[in-house]
Ligand binder design. Sequence first.
Ligand SMILES: CC(C)(COP(=O)(O)OP(=O)(O)OC[C@H]1O[C@@H](n2cnc3c(N)ncnc32)[C@H](O)[C@@H]1OP(=O)(O)O)[C@@H](O)C(=O)NCCC(=O)NCCS
Length: 164
Amino acid sequence: MSARFAIEKLAKAHKRDDFTCGNDRIDSYFRETVSQDVKRKYATCFVAKEIATDRVAGFYTLSSSNVPLTEVPEPLATRLPRYPTVPAVLIGWLGRHSDYAGQGLGEALLFDAIKTVATAPIGAHAIFADAIDDQAVAFYAAFGFAPLVRPACQRTISAPCWTW
Ligand SMILES: CC(C)(COP(=O)(O)OP(=O)(O)OC[C@H]1O[C@@H](n2cnc3c(N)ncnc32)[C@H](O)[C@@H]1OP(=O)(O)O)[C@@H](O)C(=O)NCCC(=O)NCCS
């Protein structure tokens, strides 16, 4: 990412009430709910701030998570210990303000999330993402995420985070 943006933890100073990424559920979550989730430690939230304007250009959230081993696709699953669940981190929400479309910011947010997980001092074998619609599925798939073995479910699984 260029020095145009800084990615930092969500703080009170970040203005959220005009955030719009093109998905109403993501917009209202970021405007109205995310701070409560952060306060309760259900999620951490990172924002991309445009340095010149202080505008919030995008955000993502991370939460501890796990997934049943039976839902991990082959050949990933065969290499894993036979514990019932796989420790992971969930990218619950990710959005980029529509004013900054197509400038690589979505990719930068995703890679920052992966870097945050990969360098955190807590074991997390994989990174999962909740894909909100088919476009989001395509976005994650473009970066190597693969679907979980769960019919009609839009959650996706990435390669194990040590590969990043
Ligand atoms: C998905 C989203 C974050 C992408 O952000 P963006 O800033 O437009 O994406 P980038 O400019 O970083 O795109 C980088 C690459 O990602 C890929 N990509 C981006 N959006 C994609 C999509 N919907 N489907 C497939 N690939 C996509 C492309 O390969 C693109 O590379 P290119 O330059 O060769 O086209 C953004 O469209 C958004 O906020 N959408 C609404 C919310 C959403 O769907 N969030 C996803 C998680 S639920």
